[in-house]
Every structure is written in structure tokens, then in C-alpha cells.
Design a protein around this ligand. Structure first.
Ligand code: NI
Length: 176
């Protein structure tokens, strides 16, 4: 099932999400919700989806980027493949202050993008779909996705961090 993706202006995107009650983890209903979020993310298509984006104020995120690892080590995005990842009740911390700025968009700000500074490295503690504690130490593009999606759980959008004068339609950026 593909959910409608909530657009900027809906209060759910500006409201801190509630922690998932761990007793629901592993239930058929919760696994179905996750599967439907993954399907919605693939359909969009996008590389991450947070529950508030489907109108659900819960601390639940799905991520995946199947793009081939970039051959160019100088790629400013530092893009690389992100495996399918489910994060429940995540906490994020930053091991250092190094930042990188690149274009970023959001399925909830459809049709737009802007240069957005992010930490190069991010460390996330969360529960996975099975309720197991996991720690992710990611950098570059995958770390950007983590920061973007966890922002959604705090009622924050990339437009709050962006370099405002770079805000542009994706059409104008790609020339499509
Ligand atoms: Ni987003």
C-alpha cells in the first residue's frame, strides 16, 4: 500500500514525533506499516521516509539508496549505497564538527531543492525492525540522509538549514 506523502504546511511535519511503544515492535501490524513505508519510499522515489511524512507522529524511519557506489571519490555528495534500514526511536550525535554542503530535497517539499550544510559524520543509536539496539557510524551521503530523516522526527525540514539563496525548483537544476 502506498501512502500519500504529506506536504510542507501540514502541522504534523512541525510537531515532534512520539517514541514508538516497544511492545508493538515485531507485531504483524507494525511490520505491515514498515513494509508500506518502504513501498511508499520506493514509489516516490526517495532515499528515506519518516513516519510524520505519512501523517503519523511516530519516531520511525525507513532508508535505502540503491544507487551504485560513485566511482568518483571527489563527488561532493560523497554518495554511496545505503542498505535498507529501519530506525525506531533513533538518537543522533556528531563525532566532530566537519561540515559539507550539497543540494538536498525532500518528498514533503516536492519539486524543490537547496544547498544545505550537514555534518560529514553522524552516529545513530536506534532499534531496528526486530527491536535490537543498533549503532550506525555513517559519513557523507548516508550521514546526510540520517540527519535529514531524524530532523523530520523533530519537526524540522531542510529549509530550516538551507542556504536560502540557492532554493530552486528541481526542474531548474536538472534542466528537465
Ligand atoms: Ni524529507
Amino acid at each position: 500500500m502506498i501512502f500519500d506523502i504529506v506536504q510542507a504546511g501540514d502541522p504534523v511535519l512541525r510537531t515532534p514525533a512520539q517514541p514508538v511503544d516497544v511492545s508493538v515492535i515485531g507485531t504483524p501490524e507494525f511490520d505491515r506499516l514498515i513494509a508500506n513505508m518502504v513501498e511508499t519510499m520506493h514509489d516516490a522515489p526517495g532515499v528515506g521516509l519518516a513516519a510524520p511524512q505519512i501523517g503519523l507522529p511516530l519516531q520511525l524511519i525507513v532508508l535505502q539508496d540503491t544507487a551504485d557506489d560513485d566511482e568518483d571519490a571527489d563527488d561532493p555528495r560523497m554518495r554511496s549505497t545505503v542498505p535498507l534500514t529501519v530506525l525506531i526511536n533513533p538518537n543522533i550525535e556528531f563525532p566532530d564538527d566537519e561540515m559539507v554542503t550539497f543540494y538536498e530535497g525532500c518528498l514533503s517539499v516536492s519539486g524543490w531543492a537547496a544547498m544545505t550544510p550537514r555534518h560529514v559524520r553522524a552516529r545513530v543509536h536506534a532499534l531496528n525492525q526486530k527491536g535490537e539496539e543498533i549503532t550506525l557510524d555513517w559519513k557523507g551521503w548516508p550521514a546526510r540522509i540520517l540527519q535529514h530523516e531524524i530532523d523530520h522526527l523533530n519537526g524540522t525540514l531542510y529549509v530550516d538549514h538551507m542556504e536560502t539563496r540557492t532554493f530552486a525548483t528541481t526542474e531548474s537544476l536538472t534542466g528537465d
